[in-house]
Each structure stands twice: as structure tokens, then as C-alpha cells.
Design a binder for this molecule. Structure first.
Ligand code: PGA
Ligand code: ZN
Length: 391
């Protein structure tokens, strides 16, 4: 028996696999998934019944059955749910935890959590252009300690925001981070920096990162980015980022440019070499072909991995292996529309991902991943180190 639930994003990349929705305005405003569910029950299910319980085999059958590049016939949401559930059932049949089944090896390393503590962009009802402000407790020794570092900073941040901006400032956005009425990127980074030091941590214990998700504020007609009340071209935006990296010692910068801007990515990656990591999300959409292009162009130092951007566990693992082989780091990631499913906690451990991005240490759908990683840490026992991050 295997069960799985798949997530959904708000700031989706243009090249993601297709999430099949009903479009029937009378149900869930058109967002129902009865067609995807019916594809699982009446199309995929009967075809898979009787095969060996093996996600790779199931995935290749489903990819062939769908027949489209974007999985638009059966729906990537239908296919991925079956793929994940099959992997779980297989692990259960073998009596193994999912992470050990996904990638069997002797030694596992746990991912550093990237916790999104201030939400902006499409994830919040405030004026911040940047979508995510992340704290990264790289100085922690264990995963449990990293969660404690993050939770402590998150709660000190709450006190500061409440005191300075009033009670509405501590309402939360889609990923559990606060959504204060701030306007500028620097305002958010300033207040988080203060929370880190007031919590008693140094700048090397807890680093900072941002995910501007910049396709969302890119004006393609004018080729400018609308950020912090200004309209910046790619060069000016790069200067803006380089300044932020210098002032706040940012460790990670995700989707700094829009999703087709490979050469702007490459330019910034080169410029920040040895200081900060550039992560590609919407530009790659966990798609091995797009990641190959990024590798050739040296477009980033890291790849964000979201299983539902590509639609099967097999292709997700392929994207990860490809990235790792090219020397790129990985960040296994949730979506803004998440469920309580903990698959990505196992995936991040299985592949030895440098990071996992799964929201603030708040709200059940985010905390479920942190709790599962604590259980995984316990199951691994004494030898469960946290990944060491270098730039
Ligand atoms: P999404 O955002 O799930 O809304 O796409 C997450 C991200 O951009 O990393
Ligand atoms: Zn992103």
C-alpha cells in the first residue's frame, strides 16, 4: 500500500509539466482535479495492475501512455502521485524507510533547511517584490540543531515585527513566513539580520538567502525588472544583487533573472563565484534538458528540484544525478501550495542534497517535513551529519 499527495505552485515556471485541472467553473472555481483523479483510477490504475512494484517501471509505462512532452494528457499531478505512491509501496514491501529504498547507500547526509521567514511577491499581500527571504542555519552541527536555530530566529523576528510594525505584521504568507507591510528588499533583510543577532547567532551560524522569483516582476515588453519602486535592466539588477550579497553576506540567490535569461544567470554566477550560490528554479523546472543547457552555459551553482515540475520520481532523480555529476548543488523544494506529504524529506536525504527548502518552521504542511527529517535523523542514528556548505 502506498499513498501520496502532490503539491501546487503559485509562481509556476512557464516550462513546467502540466497540472491537469478540470476548468469547470461550477466546481472549485475551475481548479477541481476530478479528471486527474479519474485518470489515476480508470486509465493508469488498470494498466499498472499486475506489474512488479517498481516506480521506474511504472514511470516509464506512464510516460509512454501519456505520450506528450508536458504530460498534458494524463496530467503531471496524476502521474506524479502514482509514481510517489508506487515508490512508497515498494519501500514498504521491502520493509525499508523510503530514503533507503530510493538511493541505497552506507552513509547519509542530511540537508540544511532553507527557511522562508518573510514572504513577499505572489506569496503575500504586501509590497515586497522579492518572494522569499530565507534563513540558512549552516553553522548547526545536526539537523535537529538547524531546526532549533531556525525556529529561534523565526520567533525573535516575530517579536521585532510586532513591536515595530504592529500586530498585522505577523500574519503569515503562503509558506508560513511573516508578511509584514515592508516595501524594500533591504528593509526585510535588515530586520531578519537583527533577528539573527538578537537570537545570539553569528552571521556564519545563520546565513541569508533570497528567492526573488524574478519572472514574476519582469516586464518582457520593456525588458525591465520592476523591483523596489524602480525599473532595472539586467545589468542594473545584477549590481543590485551584488550590493545585497556584499551588505548581507547572502549565501543563496534563486531565480535572480527571468526564466529564459541563461546568459544573465551565467554572468552573475561567475561574478559571485566563491561568495554566493546562484540557484535555478523556473529556468530549469527540474527538466533534465534545461539543466543540461544550464550546465553547458555555467548558468548557476545549484539547481532547485521540485518533483511536480517534471512529474515522475524517475525523472526527478535523473535531474538530481545530472546536476550532481556536473558539480552543482541541489535544493529539494516544496511548493507554495503544499500538502502534509513528506516525500521530499526522504528524497533530500536519499540523494544527499545540500539543502531542503520547505518553508518557515510553522504551519503543518511545512512542519511535517521538518518532523520527518528529525525522525530520519533518529533512524540513521549517531552517524547523521548535516551537509557542509561551501560556495
Ligand atoms: P511556487 O514558489 O511553489 O509558488 O512556485 C516556490 C518557488 O518559487 O521556489
Ligand atoms: Zn523559486
Amino acid at each position: 500500500m502506498g499513498r501520496a499527495a502532490v503539491p501546487s505552485g503559485a509562481s509556476t515556471g512557464a516550462h513546467e509539466a502540466v497540472e491537469l485541472r478540470d476548468g469547470d467553473r461550477n466546481r472549485f472555481g475551475g481548479l477541481g482535479v476530478s479528471r486527474a483523479v479519474s485518470n489515476v483510477n480508470t486509465v493508469i490504475g488498470p494498466r499498472l495492475a499486475g506489474i512488479d512494484c517498481d516506480f521506474e517501471e511504472a514511470d516509464s509505462i506512464m510516460i509512454r501512455m501519456d505520450g506528450t512532452k508536458e504530460k498534458k494528457k494524463l496530467g503531471a499531478n496524476a502521474i506524479l502521485a502514482v509514481s510517489m505512491a508506487t515508490a512508497r509501496a515498494a519501500a514498504q514491501e521491502r520493509g525499508e524507510p523510503l530514503f533507503r529504498y530510493l538511493v541505497p547507500k552506507d552513509r547519509y547526509v542530511l540537508p540544511v533547511p532553507m527557511m522562508n521567514v518573510i514572504n513577499g511577491g505572489k506569496h503575500a499581500g504586501n509590497d515586497l517584490a522579492v518572494q522569499e527571504f530565507l534563513i540558512e542555519p549552516v553553522g548547526a552541527k545536526t539537523f535537529g540543531e538547524a531546526v532549533r536555530f531556525g525556529a529561534e530566529v523565526y520567533h525573535v523576528l516575530k517579536q521585532i515585527l510586532r513591536k515595530e510594525f504592529g500586530p498585522y505584521a505577523v500574519n503569515v504568507g503562503d509558506e508560513g513566513g511573516y508578511a509584514p507591510p515592508l516595501k524594500l528588499t533591504r528593509d526585510a533583510l535588515d530586520v531578519i539580520s537583527r533577528a539573527i543577532s538578537q537570537s545570539g547567532f553569528s552571521q556564519s551560524d545563520v546565513r541569508l538567502g533570497i528567492d526573488p522569483a524574478s519572472s514574476e516582476f519582469y516586464d518582457s515588453e520593456k525588458s525591465v525588472y520592476l523591483v523596489d519602486g524602480r525599473a532595472l535592466n539586467a545589468g542594473e539588477l545584477e549590481d543590485f544583487y551584488v550590493d545585497l550579497v556584499r551588505t548581507y553576506r547572502l549565501l543563496t540567490l534563486e531565480d535572480p533573472f527571468h526564466e529564459e535569461a541563461f546568459s544573465d544567470f551565467s554572468h552573475l554566477t561567475k561574478k559571485l563565484e566563491g561568495t554566493a550560490m546562484v540557484i535555478g528554479d523556473d529556468i530549469y523546472v527540474t527538466n533534465p534538458d534545461r539543466i543540461r543547457t544550464g550546465i553547458k552555459k555555467r548558468a548557476s551553482t545549484a539547481v532547485l528540484i521540485k518533483p511536480n515540475q517534471i512529474g515522475t520520481v524517475t525523472e526527478t532523480l535523473e535531474a538530481i544525478k545530472l546536476s550532481q555529476k556536473a558539480g552543482l548543488s541541489t535544493v529539494i523544494s516544496h511548493r507554495s501550495g503544499e500538502t502534509e506529504d513528506v516525500f521530499i524529506a526522504h528524497l533530500a536525504t536519499a540523494v544527499g542534497s545540500q539543502f531542503i527548502k520547505t518553508g518557515a518552521p510553522a504551519r503543518g504542511e511545512r512542519v511535517s517535513k521538518y518532523n520527518e527529517l528529525l525522525r530520519i535523523e533518529e533512524e540513521i542514528g549517531n552517524d547523521a551529519p548535516l551537509n557542509r556548505i561551501g560556495t
